[in-house]
Every structure is written in C-alpha cells, then in structure tokens.
Ligand binder design. Structure first.
Ligand code: NDP
Length: 798
C-alpha cells in the first residue's frame, strides 16, 4: 500500500507480537505447573489439576495444580518457618532482594507482557506499556521502603506470614501490589492467583529462585476459590490481603471475624466519570476511552458511570459514538488493538445478561458495530464483547448501580455541581472518580465531596507505587501503595503493660435494695446537642462501688441509635471545619474538664472504687490526652506525591464520616476519651455508647461538651446495654465505621454484623488495652484509624 493510500484509508496493518518465547517457556515446563513452596516446586498432594486457557482463542495453555488443605498447610508452614529470619534481616538486606526482583522483572519484561496477554486476553499494548512497567516500579519503590523501614516506621514491626488472594484482571500487577510491600515490611507470603490467570505468578516464582530469595519467603499455591478459603481460615496466617468481588470480601470478613487477622479488602466499584461543561471535551472523551474500555472494562475502578453536564451532553454523546466507532477490538497480541478478549465465556454471559437487563429497563443502547473475532472453536463470536454505551439511564436502575465488569458505559446528565456530586455518590461503592473541568477551583471543590478513595482530575486510571489506592464504603478498606500502604503490612510494636492499668470488677449493676437517690436525677441520652429521653421509657440503675445507688441512666434502644445516627449526619459541617477550629474547641474542652476535675475524680472514685489518687490520675491523664488530640488535629496532614507524570497526587487524610464507638469499662473516663478524641479531632461525628456500669461518667461529660462549643450532633451519647447497642450500630448502614472495645464475643459479633455496608472496623479483639499507656492508647495510630486517605491526582501543563 502506498503512503498516500494509507493517509486516505487510515487503515491499520496487522502488527502481531510473537508468542514464541512464551510458548517456549510453556514447553520447557511441559505445560504443567506445580506449587512453589519453601523455594521448591511441588505437585498437588491430591494430584488434581485444572486448565488455564487463552481467552483470545479458547486454547488450553497449561495444566495447573489445585491446592488442597495439606498443600496450603505446607505453604503456610514454610512461610511461618521463614518469617523470623526474614524479619530479622536489616532493611538494607531486604531492599537488595526487592531491587534484584525489580531488575530481573525488567530484564524479562517482554516475556511477562506476552504471557500476561495470552493468559488474560488483555492487549499487549496494555501489558507491555502499563501492567509490567508498573509492576517493576512497585518493586523498585518498595525496595526503598525496605531500606528505610527502621527510620520511617520506628514504632512498627512486621506482622508475620500473610495470605494474599488476587483476581484475574491485573494478575501480575496485583501480585506486585501485594508482594512488594509485604516483603519490604519483613513479612513472608503465601499467594494465590486467580484460577484463570496463574501463569505470570508462576514465572514470578521462578524469578524469586533466580535472585536467591530465601526459601519460604514467597510461596505460591494455585487453585480455585476453595484454596483461597483454606488460606483465609488458616490460623497461622496473620493477615489476609484480598482483591476481588464485594461478595467474596464479605465472606472473608465474616470468616476472619473471630480471629486477630489483619484484613485489607480491595473490592468492586462503579466509579463516576464527571464531565463539566467547561471541560476540554476532546480530552475528556479520550479519557473515557481509557476509563471504560481499558482492559475491556474489567477494571475495579473503571469509569463506568458517565455523568455529563446537561448543556454539553448531546455534543459529548455524539463525539463519543464517533470515537467508539473507531475502536479496534481483536487479537490481543496485535499491537494496534484497543480492546482484547473477555476473560471467560461465563464473564461474557454475565455482561450480556446485564446489558439485556438495561434494555428491559428502558435505557437506549448504542454498540460498536465492527466484526468480533471468532474463537478457535468457531463458537459464536468468541470471547469478545463490543464497546457499549447506554443513554437515558435512570440513576436507580440496575445497570447504573451494578458493577458490570465489562466494556459497558452508562450515562446520565446533571445540571449543577451539587447534583453531580449527589449522583456520583449515589452508589454503594466508593473506589474512584474522575472529574473533568478546565476550572481547577471547581474540580478541587468537588474532589473532597466525592466518596471515593481516588479522584483523578482531568485524567483517569492513573496508578503509581508511591500513591495509595483503595476504596471507601463497599469498595473495601485499606490502601495499597505508598506510605499509607506500608502500614497495612505493619503493626504497632508492643509496649510493656503499664503499672497504672486498673482492672475493675463490673458485674454489680443492681443497687442494694434500700438505697435511694438523694436527688431525683435521671441522666438522659445526649442526641443532636440536646438531652433526650430514651425511646423505651425505661431507666437502668447505676450503682456505686459500695453498692449504693449512684443514679439512673436511660435504657437506649434501636430507635435512639437511629436518632443519634441522624443527628451525627446532620453535623457533617464538622468534617469540613478547619483543623484549627477543631483544635481550639478541643483545647477548650480540656480547660472545661480540668475546671471540673474534682467532680470527675469523685464520680470515678465512687463508681469504680479506685483510690482518690488513682481517680485524680485518670482525670489528669484525660486532660493531657485532650491536649494531644488538640495538637494532632492540625498536624495529621496529608502528603504530596510526585508520581512519574507531569502532575501531583495529593494524599488527603479525610474523616470516615459517622463513627460508632462502643467504650469499655476500665478507666471509664480515660478510655472513653481515648476513643472519642481521635475520632472528632479528625472531623468524624460519633455515636458513643459508654460503659454500662459507669455510664454516669459519660453523662456528666456531656455537660463539659455543652460548655466547650462542640457543635450539636458531633458527639451523641446513647446509654444502655452496650453489647445490645453495639449490635445495632454494627448493623446500621449509615454508620461508616465502628470501634468496639469489648469482650471477644462482642468484637466478633461486631465484625460479623457490620459486613452489610463493609464498615471500617477496629476492635480490641477482646484484649484489655492499657489506656494509660501513650504508646497503645494515643497518637497518630489512632488518627490513622479515624481517617481514610483519598488521593487526588492533578496533572499540570498544557
Ligand atoms: P472473586 O472475588 O470471586 O475472586 C477473586 C479471588 O478470590 C480469586 O483468586 C478467587 O479464586 C478467590 N476466591 C473466590 N472465592 C473465594 C473464597 N470464598 N475465599 C477466598 N478466596 C476466594 O472474583 P471473580 O474473579 O470471580 O470475579 C467476579 C466479580 O468480582 C467480577 O465480575 C467483578 O465484579 C469482581 N471483581 C473485582 C475485582 C477488583 O479488582 N475489584 C477484580 C476481579 C473481580 P478463583 O479465581 O480461583 O475463583
């Protein structure tokens, strides 16, 4: 063809990438793979195998061993055995291994890219230019964290052997997001890749051998969900890091509820892509192509909900259709393809069902009309799905709410920025969002209002090892990458038990029969800045340590919690108040508590039976703790990342929202404040359930709140049976986070019952904390618990 003709037709010639080296690698292994355990290759004890296929043509690539219980046990034992030595290495020694892995990955990058494309069906353009370079960057970046571990995280230590379960959509990238930080922090790993895509993980295991990674530090088992479940339930794995569907995330949360396992869950999404009328529309449309047709839309953070300002909607949809018509769908090994194959026929079927549902719901469909490649077996259209656009979509419809996980975009319109935010947040998920506007003030005004862990301004699907990634709400919790991601693989160093720790017997809740109150005073609940009678109309006795009646408290119930949650939501202005304002109010709170220290000292002495000296120490420590959080309120700041692009990513520490706090009995004032203060210093509003036997300390405290200018609804106190009220908080879907310092059973229940909206949960796992010990009970670790990081990406330049 002549150049002039090429200019006229603008046709692409085939540009195939050769699969030869990858096929040779498979042949070297006779297309059969076992597990990589303790630095050696071994087969499944059961002898069971399954196949992994090429989605582009349906052909079998290899036989993979299926791990059963004894295989998982062997892998975990190897990781457990290797842990003490690996942890004991210096940061520098671990950094050298991570650096060696990065180098080795770099040297074999094309083999990894081709193999990934063959196993997953995504285009070589993506694996070569996005997945594998990001994988390499991850190992380099985390070699850095390993080197700096002791100086950057002096108060933290490795967790132990960790279990990691990853999906099929970014097989090697997800491996690197999990393995690199885990090893850098000094943990050892058992990893299970998805059944559909184990090959690059197997090649990675070979690389671990080549660089001489000590045996047992990285172990790989392959198998179906059942293998993952065996890992989740293994008592010797101290953490589970999971990426996948929200449903499986829920199962994992329930299965680990009665254990001490740390958990990070990176789940699904239905991310909004917002185009304002002043956006550079051509750029926004190119952005959309990357947002929803990248990896065939099988991306947890895909910009799958287009929200476009009404004034430009017609223009945008029109240009979008023209652009869609030019997309190239076909052989993923062809370097000029935009879209490759869908992972498996069952996934294609799922996409088709949801598309049919959309049509039934009355949305208008527009589909790419090119010819889809056939499978090798010539069955139907092969495992490909055409780029699809729905307009006239109602915000509540199934296709607007369900994660389709395919190349399907649904679009809606809005009139004002507030409406855009409302529509964007109208989802159970909260993984990512993309905002397009040439008015940076407007974009930066909208970004903090979006319930999403990542916000891309005038860009989309940007990732980097230095920038944390993770969701809000049902998109899960925990972050991967960056400074914040390292904390997910570390735990605070244990401090010695302080001698001030007081254990109190709290079984006595009935007053001796004849004691009477000198003054008839029933402490009410405290909701929305006002004292409120309990809905039940019942009161409960509170007794002093000597058995006399100290007073009565309201017996709060489900309705009181509901009212308190509503009041807490109304106080959302607290979230956007300046940290300086919050600090000032906290200092004032300290001043007012100190003024009444004698009264609190007496109350604590009478109720708990501790000495006056001990009670005075509790009040004094509480005042000091308020000072700590007043100090931290304007110092728990975010970071500015400089990822390898022309731009910045702002890591903002944001409050979680409405937090439920279930407080323990010991040191009732100090423990209650130790939980309350970081929560409100960070800008959360709370529903607090105080200790049942010592609730009068909390009801006395609301008078201090009232005099300290804490806005109405920021702190709500519901007294009563704490276990029962904790259960109500756990089930409440408008409570975003829950902290429970209770018995083991209460903590387990809270974890299990709060999976509905995937609350961010912290519990003491039934262990008694020492509330006097600053290392355990105050400081940045608590501020971290009270916040979630949102990364806002801002490119610059023309
Ligand atoms: P799953 O959540 O089922 O799988 C993710 C990983 O978990 C895989 O390794 C899987 O194994 C494993 N697994 C499955 N069941 C269990 C279990 N009970 N206990 C422990 N591990 C388990 O996702 P799918 O791959 O099946 O995809 C289904 C849907 O999930 C998609 O349509 C999409 O909506 C969502 N998804 C979201 C992703 C994200 O990045 N957020 C990524 C992938 C999927 P195996 O593959 O062998 O079954």
């Amino acid at each position: 063809m002549k150049i002039i003709e090429i200019f006229e037709t603008m046709e692409y010639s085939p540009a195939p990438e050769s699969p030869d080296l990858a096929l040779e690698w498979l042949k070297e292994h006779k297309s059969k793979f076992g597990f990589f355990i303790n630095g050696k290759w071994c087969k499944a004890k059961s002898g069971k195998v399954f196949s992994t296929n090429n989605p582009a043509n349906g052909k079998k690539l290899a036989s993979i061993s299926e791990a059963g219980k004894s295989d998982v046990d062997s892998a975990v034992s190897a990781a457990k055995l290797a842990f003490p030595k690996w942890k004991a290495l210096s940061g520098h020694e671990r950094a050298r291994y991570l650096y060696a892995l990065a180098r080795q990955l770099q040297k074999h990058s094309r083999l990894f890219a081709v193999l990934e494309t063959m196993d997953n069906g995504k285009t070589i353009r993506e694996t070569r230019d996005i997945d594998i370079p990001l994988v390499i960057r991850h190992f380099y970046h985390h070699a850095g964290w390993a080197q700096l571990l002791e100086s950057e995280f002096p108060e933290h230590m490795a967790i132990g052997p960790v279990g990691q379960i990853i999906p099929w959509n970014f097989p090697l990238l997800m491996l690197s997001w999990k393995v690199a930080p885990a090893l850098a922090a000094g943990n050892t790993v058992v990893l299970k890749p998805a059944e559909y895509t184990p090959l690059t993980a197997l090649l990675f295991a070979e690389i671990c051998s080549q660089v001489g990674l000590p045996p047992g530090v990285f172990n790989l088992v392959t198998g179906p969900g059942q293998t993952g479940s065996l890992m989740v339930n293994h008592p010797d794995l101290k953490k589970i890091a999971f990426t996948g569907s929200t449903d499986v995330g829920r199962l994992i949360r329930e299965a680990t509820a009665d254990t001490d396992k740390k958990l990070t869950l990176e789940l699904g999404g239905k991310s909004p892509f917002i185009i304002f009328q002043d956006a550079d529309l051509d750029s926004a449309i190119e952005g959309l192509v990357d947002a929803i047709w990248f990896n065939q839309g099988q991306v947890c953070c895909a910009g799958s909900r287009l929200l476009v300002q009404e004034s430009v909607a017609e223009k945008v949809i029109d240009r979008l259709k023209k652009r869609m018509a030019k997309l190239r769908v076909g052989d993923p090994l062809d370097k000029s393809m935009d879209m490759g194959a869908i992972i498996a026929p069952i996934q294609k079927e799922r996409i088709q069902n949801l598309v049919d549902q959309g049509k039934k719901e009355g949305a208008a469909i527009w589909q790419w009309e090119g010819e889809l490649p056939q499978n090798a077996e010539k069955k139907g259209d092969g495992c490909y799905f055409p780029p699809t656009l729905f307009t006239n979509v109602s915000p509540a419809s199934i296709i607007a709410q369900t994660e389709i996980f395919g190349p399907v975009l649904v679009s809606m319109t809005f009139r004002t920025p507030d409406e855009a935010v409302m529509l964007a947040n109208n989802s159970a998920y909260g993984l990512a969002a993309s905002v397009w506007s040439e008015n940076i003030n407007q974009a930066l005004h909208v970004a903090p209002k979006l319930k999403a862990g990542v916000v891309w301004i005038n860009c989309t699907n940007q990732f980097d090892a230095s920038v944390g990634f993770g969701g809000y709400r049902e998109s899960g919790y925990g972050r991967e990458g960056g400074h914040e991601g390292m904390f997910e693989y570390l735990k605070p160093k244990e401090s010695g038990i302080s001698k001030n720790q007081i254990r109190i017997s709290v079984t006595k809740v009935k007053a001796s029969a004849t004691t009477a109150l000198s003054l008839d005073r029933t402490a009410k609940l405290y909701i929305g800045g006002k004292q409120a009678r309990p809905d039940s109309g019942y009161s409960l006795d509170v007794v002093n340590a000597d058995g006399s009646l100290a007073g009565e408290i309201g017996d709060g119930n489900r309705k009181d919690i509901r009212n308190a949650v509503e009041a807490a939501h109304k106080a959302s202005g607290w979230q956007s108040s300046t940290p300086h304002l919050r600090a000032q109010i906290l200092y004032f709170l300290a001043e007012n508590l100190e003024t009444r220290s004698l009264e609190f000292k007496n109350r604590i002495t009478q109720l708990t039976g501790v000495t006056e000296k001990q009670a005075a120490l509790e009040v004094k420590t509480a005042v000091s703790r308020i000072f700590t959080y007043a100090a931290l309120a304007d110092k728990h700041e975010g970071l500015i990342h400089q990822p390898p692009m022309r731009g910045l990513a702002l890591a903002l520490n944001e409050p979680i929202g409405v937090l439920g706090l279930v407080c323990p009995d010991e040191a009732p004032l100090l423990s209650m404040l130790s939980m309350l203060l970081p929560a409100i210093a960070m800008g959360n509003s709370v529903v607090l359930v105080p200790s049942r036997p010592f609730a009068l300390v909390a009801t006395d405290f609301y008078q201090v709140l009232e005099t300290s200018d804490v806005p109405s609804g920021v702190v709500n106190i519901v007294t009563g049976d704490s276990a029962k009220l904790g259960t109500v908080l756990a089930k409440h879907d408008d409570v975003a986070g829950l902290w429970v310092a209770g018995t083991r059973t209460e903590c387990t229940e809270a974890c299990k019952l709060s999976t509905g909206n995937m609350k961010i949960i912290w519990t003491n796992n039934g262990k008694q904390l020492d509330w006097y010990d600053n290392q355990q009970s105050e400081g940045r670790e608590w501020m971290r618990r009270a916040s979630q990081v949102k990364n806002v990406w801002i490119p610059y330049g023309e």
